[in-house]
Design a protein around this ligand. Structure first.
Ligand code: SF4
Ligand code: SF4
Length: 287
């Protein structure tokens, strides 16, 4: 993780406006850079590294500058005429980022929306998350945090005080398989969930349905059982898509799921039935 950042700054790749799937109503979402986990289906590969990094969109490059052996040209990002070259990630301060996101305040007020921090794993910058949402709460803004919750928490009470809605991932239920394939320990998440739920947190589970990884019905049942045990009542089902595929080549990362097809409607219906039979309230795509 970057050590140069203070509690009031974070590296942000994107501020996405008018989002309808990230915490209720119309949301403005900021994506914080950096994640210690490695989900093969991650649709934000530009947010994995904790540092700003160079991105190259080959389809925009007009080869106006020499690129021996296909390597990068020496032209600076600022002088690239087509924006094929870009730096992903800009350090942002709490006040500057909040002011930017609050340009959409009218939409929040009319839709019951608000602001959301996503990533990467935003909790890797927990002090920033707390400072940022604390400033937002002073402005009366609804706050949501998209997170694995699978990192040690520094100050759960402070976090719960400023996050109105936690959107928490439930992916591979088996502890050993999750650690091996994703580097993510669901037992840390569950311990954190018990802590924040005891502090009164509002939690929605998010379940990406990725063929070959999370779509097994035993995996779905195990996640459903865990949600019921924890007392979480809503599960958002997020069918796999290939929307992040191109971004892997932009930042020079390998992508291994080219041939994976999205789950069928019948598969999703079967998964929804299992979750509903367990007593959960299910929303597809987090709408
Ligand atoms: S300046 Fe931009 S468009 Fe020109 S060769 Fe370099 S990357 Fe490609
Ligand atoms: S935890 Fe989220 S950001 Fe990190 S690799 Fe997995 S999907 Fe990507």
């Amino acid at each position: 993780m970057s050590s140069r950042l203070s509690a009031t700054s974070a590296i942000v790749t994107n501020v996405q406006r008018y989002s309808l799937h990230d915490g209720g109503g119309i949301r403005t979402v900021a994506f914080l850079k950096g994640c210690p986990f490695r989900c093969p289906w991650c649709c934000n590969p530009e947010n994995l590294s904790f540092e700003p990094e160079l991105s190259l969109k080959e389809n925009l490059c007009i080869h106006c500058s020499p690129r021996p052996h296909g390597e990068l040209c020496s032209t600076t990002v600022e002088l690239c005429p087509t924006r094929a070259k870009e730096i992903m990630g800009t350090p942002r301060e709490v006040e500057d980022l909040l002011e930017d996101m609050l340009r959409d305040r009218i939409f929040f007020e009319e839709s019951g929306g608000g602001i959301t921090l996503s990533g990467g794993e935003a909790l890797a910058r927990e002090p920033f998350v707390c400072s940022f949402f604390s400033a937002a709460k002073k402005q009366g803004i609804h706050t949501a945090l998209e997170t694995t919750l699978a990192l040690p928490l520094y100050d759960a009470r402070r976090l719960v005080a400023v996050v109105d809605s936690f959107l928490v991932d439930f992916k591979i239920a088996d502890h050993a398989t999750s650690k091996k394939l994703l580097g993510l320990d669901p037992e840390i998440r569950d311990a954190n969930l018990r802590t924040i739920l005891s502090e009164g947190a509002s939690v929605i589970a998010r379940m990406p349905i990725v063929p070959g990884f999370t779509d097994g019905l035993d995996n779905v049942r195990a996640n459903a059982a865990k949600l019921c045990e924890l007392g979480i009542v809503r599960a958002d089902v997020l069918p796999f898509h290939q929307l992040g595929e191109n971004k892997y080549s932009y930042v020079g990362r390998p992508y291994t799921l080219h041939d994976v097809q999205p789950p069928t409607d019948n598969q999703i219906a079967e998964i929804v039935a299992i979750l509903e039979d367990a007593g959960l309230s299910v929303v597809i795509d987090g709408e």
